[in-house]
Ligand binder design. Structure first.
Ligand SMILES: [Zn+2]
Length: 115
């Protein structure tokens, strides 16, 4: 048996010989918080936003000159690190949304009022 845990919102799941965690939370931030607590995630050794949100494959660093015609010009000028999905070719970069989510995650983990 693989050492995997099924994470689901399906309350009727009945799989023998499988570990699973049923999420009752609907809010994705509260779902993350539950996963953090239940699975005792070590966020210090966590790599956030390193997978494609569509394919779930590891992103690969790419040269911005190779994708310059596929990103907004201001982004091209103001950003140096770009990542691409090897499968669907979606392009990712760290901007304000990245900082927003990292700060949100930190707040969820360390703000006891949110627990
Ligand atoms: Zn992809």
């Amino acid at each position: 048996m693989e050492d995997r845990i099924i994470i689901t919102r399906n309350t009727r799941i009945k799989k023998e010989n499988a570990k699973y965690l049923i999420l009752i939370e609907q809010n994705p931030y509260m779902q993350f918080k539950r996963l953090y607590k239940e699975l005792k995630l070590d966020v210090n050794n966590f790599s956030f936003f390193t997978r494609c949100s569509i394919c779930n494959l590891d992103l690969e660093k790419t040269d911005k000159n190779l994708i310059s015609n596929k990103i907004p010009q201001l982004t091209y000028l103001n950003t140096n690190d770009f990542f691409i999905c090897p499968n669907c070719k979606k392009i990712y970069w760290k901007q304000s949304h990245y900082d927003f989510f990292i700060n949100k995650i930190i707040k969820l983990i360390y703000d006891k009022d949110n627990f």
